[in-house]
Ligand binder design. Structure first.
Ligand code: XUL
Ligand code: CO
Length: 441
């Protein structure tokens, strides 16, 4: 197949003053930040489902974008055209990774054997395409939420047959992930949750999810998968209650079931905010538990209560995200744009513009995070905020585990003035962030 995105050439860095819609203003892959190239700090990935499959349909209207790529949809020819389109898209943007669900790659047949054959064929085709490029698979996953059979979940389903079907899909998706050299394998528990407790054995359902994950680890390791398994937490949508509510819940689940050595987390911005957290909160929770694996980079809308999967535009949030990633010493995964164009943005130029926006936003986030770290005032403040545990005898005893309630009660009773902890200085710190970000404008 010839060029698909005709008229769009390789997207280049032109700098902040450029007015070229199809140029990077801040993402300069070769620029060195904190001793590493921008492209190494920012391992961007393309999400197969939004970019190559989604056409802007919603429950009130059909699609607005044309993703036929010149051939009939729902055919293997179309599946291959999507591969061609995806690789051309990634090469033009300089994106080095891609992520997929099994059913994003090929049309699903009623007979899983037919679907699996199609997956073999398309993965051969993708492997061929990867040759001669530096594009790699970031992670794969099985879609265990769209097919009606999964209406009660996959691992959490009430039906052993449906569970077996989910297992078959995970097995095949792992085969393809390994074949494509994927760095990770994701479980997003789309329908692993419940609508009402009236019909739900919560304990049993959670144990069964863990059983499915354990089988995935055992099989994956058997076929040579050395990467990380990831849970992608999300509190709700499509189910009312989802078991992987947020990072803390998912970590507790993994530890309770002995899965924490093989799993890390894939944190999605819009999922964290749906859980009532900031994006950086869930990143921090993952990082302090040694489980920050990968990121689904997008953003939600504070006025809407669902997952809008928008391209990242909020530079403050991208800054806080990059601060967390840098402080965690990086991630094993990458920054996957689990993001889609708004329905009225239906042109090919919009597809590119979405990624350019996201990549520039994260480049700004990286530059800002580096500036905040180099400025040092925030880190110093946090360090000094806890200085009493470092500098006083009683503080040292507390963190050293060398005291008890009796001694502390005695100590407190002798304190002359009521103890105050020192100002948190939030406004001062926010002002520092602004002055580092915006300099002498
Ligand atoms: C859904 C979502 C998924 C996962 C992969 O909200 O984020 O696309 O990233 O299944
Ligand atoms: Co996601």
């Amino acid at each position: 197949m010839g060029e698909i995105f005709k008229g769009i050439s390789k997207v280049k860095f032109e700098g902040a003053k450029s007015t070229n819609v199809l140029a990077f203003k801040y993402y300069d892959p070769e620029r060195v930040v904190l001793g590493k190239k921008m492209s190494e700090h920012l391992p961007f990935a393309m999400a197969w489902w939004h970019n190559l499959c989604a056409i802007g349909a919603d429950m009130f209207g059909r699609g607005t974008a044309d993703k036929h790529f010149g051939v009939k949809e729902g055919t293997m020819e179309h599946a291959k055209a999507k591969v061609d389109a995806g690789f051309e898209f990634m090469e033009k943007l300089g994106i080095k990774y891609f992520c997929w669900h099994d059913v994003d790659l090929v049309p699903e047949d009623a007979d899983i054997n037919v679907t699996n054959k199609r997956l073999d064929e398309i993965s051969d085709y993708i492997l061929e395409k990867m040759k001669g490029t530096d594009i790699k698979c970031l992670w794969g996953t099985a879609n265990m939420f769209s097919n009606p059979r999964f209406c009660n979940g996959a691992g959490s389903t009430n039906s052993a047959d449906v569970f077996a079907f989910a297992a078959a899909q995970v097995k095949k998706a792992l085969d393809i992930t390994v074949k494509l050299g994927g760095k990770g394998y994701v479980f997003w528990g789309g329908r692993e949750g419940y609508e009402t407790l009236l019909n739900t054995d919560m304990k049993f359902e959670q144990e069964n999810i863990a059983r499915l994950m354990r089988m995935a680890v055992d099989y994956g390791r058997k076929i040579g998968f050395k990467g990380d398994f990831y849970i992608e937490p999300k509190p709700k949508e499509p189910m009312k209650h989802q078991y992987d509510f947020d990072a803390a819940t998912a970590i507790g689940f993994l530890r309770a079931h002995g899965l924490d050595k093989d799993f890390k987390l894939n944190i999605e911005a819009n999922h964290a905010t749906l859980a009532g957290h900031t994006f950086e909160h869930d990143l921090r929770v993952s990082a302090i538990n040694g489980m920050l694996g990968s990121v689904d980079a997008n953003q939600g809308d504070s006025q809407l209560g669902w997952d809008t999967d928008e391209f990242p535009f909020d530079v403050y949030t991208a800054t806080m995200c990059m601060l967390e990633i840098i402080r965690a010493g990086g991630m094993t995964g990458g920054l996957n744009f689990d993001a889609k164009n708004r329905r009225p943005s239906y042109t090919v130029e919009d597809m590119f513009a979405g990624y350019i926006l996201g990549m520039d936003t994260f480049a700004l986030g990286l530059l800002n995070a580096a500036a905040i770290i180099e400025d040092g005032r925030l880190d110093k403040f946090v360090e000094e905020r806890y200085a009493s545990y470092r500098d006083t005898e009683i503080g040292k005893k507390i963190v050293g585990g060398k005291t008890n309630l009796e001694e502390l009660a005695d100590y407190a009773s002798k304190l002359k003035a009521p103890a105050m902890p020192g100002s948190g200085k939030q406004e001062v710190l926010e002002s520092i962030v602004n002055s580092v970000l915006f300099g002498n404008k």
